[in-house]
Design a binder for this molecule. Structure first.
Ligand code: GFB
Length: 328
């Protein structure tokens, strides 16, 4: 596809627009005011159904795709439902990538996760650490699906010349996150637990695991901005900054905190003054997961929202939606 043609982003399909990342992408693209946004709810278009997805792409003449639809969850959900995580993610991404190719989509961004890297990868983790060692057991099924997505994009480029790119975000959080205590990630879970404990005047909050694992957290609006930035780069600029067999770009803020430090920060933001206890019977997962973001920075993008700002903003969002959250 000629680059001149791409200057008009045309119809932009955001797959997964009701999720935390998809809704942030919609906000970001609306603000940029380029192209015509196209979204579909799950009941309108089931992305796990190949035939439906193929017909949708043929009918809609889509030019650009942000592939943010995925089955996601925290450490417990990943550990308990590995079959669902591997099957649904492989189906969604295979259907969307193949249909995008068949329908002549000009540019696609596949979104993955930092759990693609080996459990004990050198820190910070560079893109070329991919497939250099065994994965973390609690999310191996999800990680394998995401690695397959990156390799599909690379294979379609090598065989068909497609401009299919990949971004690998670190642990994300923000508005529209999942606040369910069983299936969520740590940051929304702790916001909810500490807020509830403050309302109830509870003396104690229990935090899963040892508190020692370290995680890097990025606000979802930063993730959306980075995604739009990567998609705005010319074909030449993107592919000269990556390589054909290592084409994904890490998206993070470049620093991490321990789960114990995160809990302290969330206690402060929510006004909790009781004590914090750790529960070593629950899994820690990977000891550390900090991304090397030098590739992204060399492509001209840097995170803007600090962890404290992001947590305060997400806390306000949660408090505003509290009645809906506790009713679910
Ligand atoms: O956010 P989280 O579930 O994801 O857990 P991962 C991070 C750390 O926080 C773990 C601890 O060490 C948890 O034991 N933690 C403490 C808690 N309290 C809680 C709590 O109440 N809820 C949760 N969920 N954790 C996921 C992967 O791994 O990260 C996915 O399973 C994906 O595949 C995602 O990659 C970004 O960072 O451990």
């Amino acid at each position: 596809m000629a680059k001149e043609e791409f200057k008009e982003p045309g119809k932009i399909f955001v797959a997964g627009h009701r999720g935390m990342v998809g809704s942030a992408l919609v906000r970001c693209l609306e603000q940029a005011g380029e192209g015509q946004l196209l979204t579909r709810t799950r009941s309108q278009l089931d992305l796990t159904r190949q035939q439906e997805v193929e017909s949708f792409f043929v009918d809609e003449k889509i030019n650009t795709v942000y592939l943010a639809a995925a089955r996601v969850g925290g450490i417990k959900a990943n550990n308990e439902y590995p079959a669902d995580f591997i099957r649904q993610n492989l189906q969604i991404q295979t259907n969307v990538i193949e249909s995008a190719f068949q329908a002549g989509v000009s540019r696609l961004l596949f979104l993955g996760s930092s759990c693609i890297y080996p459990r004990l990868a050198d820190q910070p983790m560079r893109e070329d650490a991919l497939m250099t060692g065994p994965l973390e057991g609690t999310n191996e099924a999800y990680a394998v699906a995401k690695i397959a997505g990156i390799k599909m994009c690379e294979s379609y480029r090598r065989q068909h010349g497609c401009d299919f790119r990949s971004a690998m975000p670190t642990n994300l959080y923000g508005p529209d996150d999942n606040f369910d205590l069983e299936t969520s990630h740590v940051l929304p879970a702790l916001l909810r637990k500490f807020h509830q404990a403050t309302i109830n005047s509870d003396p104690l909050v229990r935090v899963w695991g040892s508190g020692r694992p370290r995680r890097e957290f990025l606000h979802v609006d930063d993730m959306a901005a980075a995604s739009c930035h990567l998609m705005g780069l010319s074909e030449e600029r993107y592919w000269s900054a990556v390589s054909e067999r290592c084409s994904h770009v890490n998206v993070g803020c470049g620093s991490d905190v321990s789960i114990a430090e995160l809990a302290e920060l969330i206690a402060t933001v929510t006004g909790f003054s009781g004590s914090i206890e750790f529960d070593p019977d629950l899994p820690d997962g990977t000891p550390r997961k900090l991304l090397d973001v030098s590739r992204l920075e060399s492509m001209g993008w840097k995170a803007a929202i600090t962890l404290e700002q992001g947590i305060r903003q997400t806390d306000s969002w949660m408090v505003e939606h509290w009645d809906e959250l506790v009713a679910e």
